[in-house]
Ligand binder design. Structure first.
Ligand SMILES: *[C@@H]1O[C@H](CO)[C@@H](O)[C@H](O)[C@H]1NC(C)=O
Length: 368
């Protein structure tokens, strides 16, 4: 009887040991294959280029993408992402070993769900509160920063319960910011609805935008974030919404003025905040490479979007059938790039040389 007990006891223990070994091997294996997380979390501020569903919860918003064909190539279907597949944030998250981030406006974004980061990006939102007003409700940059403050109070509780240090957690997190497109497309370039182009010349307007941007970046810094990736504007004059046969160079010149100032701001912030890092993503340069030599990247069509446009001529007609050869298109609708372009932008932000991501890339930021 005693012998039998001992035998079954050792058998159970042997089984437990075996399971532990398998678990450890699987754990190590997955770490080696997928890569250990390089950043504790990612906090995302932006517009429709990286909105992952925040506007779904805004009843008064006309800027939504929670219907097919948006998400036609995304495993979760139409989620509110303004492209056919993954956004640049999803792809950067893959590289950093982070899961898909929850949208701040989702009521389920509470408790432990916020620990790997939160996405505050909102379609039609801009640096200026007024930008995108004619598209209804949206979260401007200012509102997104206020929302981060709410997350912070929740993080304090979550991390406190786990005996983790909030300052250290935030210092290892990455803030990704991509704003400014709507301050042009849905403000400055719409003189019939917004007076800004009568008040400011393009240089003064770029100054205004980057000054306001700087204020909000510093607000996030004062709340504890230390690593920033600031994406510049792409050549919006080449998007189907602005281009008429060829790129609108007047529009692209405005993006250039904004980008120059944003890149200078990065130098200033790095000089004034030792122990923090701010990087500028050269979206314009990478996008320009693709448009100047599309075939080298496998693209065939650069002048029109893949999906059928709806009545507002900007976003896809609900439930319409998109082009089948989506990897041959640069643009998905009249504004937003396809997942194939997002992959190139994410890869070059993550691992590109200083001409793509200045002064260091996202991978180097994560490893600091
Ligand atoms: C958290 O970490 C920082 C920096 O390492 C340290 O200065 C601070 O005292 C810590 N806070 C707590 C509550 O332990």
């Amino acid at each position: 009887m005693k012998m039998e007990n001992t035998n079954s006891w050792s058998l159970v223990n042997a089984a437990r040991l075996l399971i532990s070994i398998v678990v450890v091997i699987l754990h190590l294996g997955s770490r080696w294959v997928i890569g250990a997380p390089q950043a504790t979390a990612m906090f995302v501020f932006g517009d429709s280029l990286i909105d992952n569903g925040n506007n779904n919860y805004l009843l008064g918003s006309l800027a939504k993408a929670n219907y097919l064909p948006y998400g036609v190539d995304f495993e979760q279907g139409a989620t509110g992402r303004f492209t056919n597949g993954k956004t640049i944030i999803d792809l950067l998250g893959d590289k950093l070993g982070l899961p898909y981030l929850p949208a701040f406006a989702d009521p389920l974004t509470v408790g432990t769900r916020i620990l790997k980061g939160v996405n505050y990006a909102s379609a039609a939102g801009g640096i200026l509160d007024i930008s995108g007003l004619h598209l209804g409700q949206r979260f401007s940059l200012r509102q997104q920063v206020i929302s981060f403050g709410i997350t912070l109070s929740q993080l304090r509780i979550q991390l406190g319960g786990m005996n983790m240090n909030l300052s250290e957690y935030l210092a290892k997190s990455i803030a990704v910011m991509a704003l400014g497109s709507n301050d042009y497309v849905n403000n400055y370039l719409m003189p019939s609805l917004y007076p800004t182009s009568f008040i400011y010349n393009p240089r003064d307007y770029a100054d205004l935008l980057v000054n306001q941007y700087s204020t909000q970046i510093l607000a996030l810094h004062s709340l504890g974030l230390r690593k920033f990736f600031l994406a510049g504007l792409g050549p919006i004059g080449c998007s189907p919404s602005q281009a008429r046969g060829q790129c609108a160079t007047g529009v692209n010149d405005m993006m250039g003025l904004f980008n120059e100032r944003l890149r200078s701001l990065v130098d200033l912030l790095n000089a004034n905040h030792p122990g923090s890092i701010f990087a500028y993503g050269n979206t314009y340069g990478v996008f320009g490479d693709i448009l100047n030599n599309p075939a080298a990247y496998g693209f065939m069509i650069t002048t029109r979007g893949c999906c059928v446009l709806g009545v507002n001529q900007g976003t896809c007609l609900p439930l319409s059938t998109p082009c089948p050869n989506r990897r041959e298109y640069v643009f998905w609708d009249a504004f937003h790039p396809t997942e194939a372009v997002d992959e190139i932008l994410a890869q070059r932000a993550y691992a590109g040389p200083p001409s793509d991501c200045y002064p260091i890339n996202v991978q180097q930021i994560a490893q600091m």
